[in-house]
Ligand binder design. Sequence first.
Ligand code: SF4
Ligand code: SF4
Length: 72
Amino acid sequence: MHVIEIDKALCKGCSLCCYFCNDKGLRVLAKSKEMSELGSYLPTLQGECRGCRWCEIACPEFAITVRKEEKC
Ligand code: SF4
Ligand code: SF4
């Protein structure tokens, strides 16, 4: 299972990460109603993250970290 962490102090709400989160039309990252510290809408997971890391690579602010969580 993968989780993403978004640095609220860095995210400028450009949605590039959401655009790149796309596997044959399936997108699990979308804009939320939660605000970043910069006053823009943060992205949020709306499904199961595949761990491809495209969002992490695409973010110009280095605001996303994708992490694999081990099951207990
Ligand atoms: S996490 Fe990065 S790519 Fe995604 S909206 Fe924020 S600044 Fe843009
Ligand atoms: S790691 Fe891949 S599947 Fe997960 S949120 Fe980022 S782009 Fe989407």
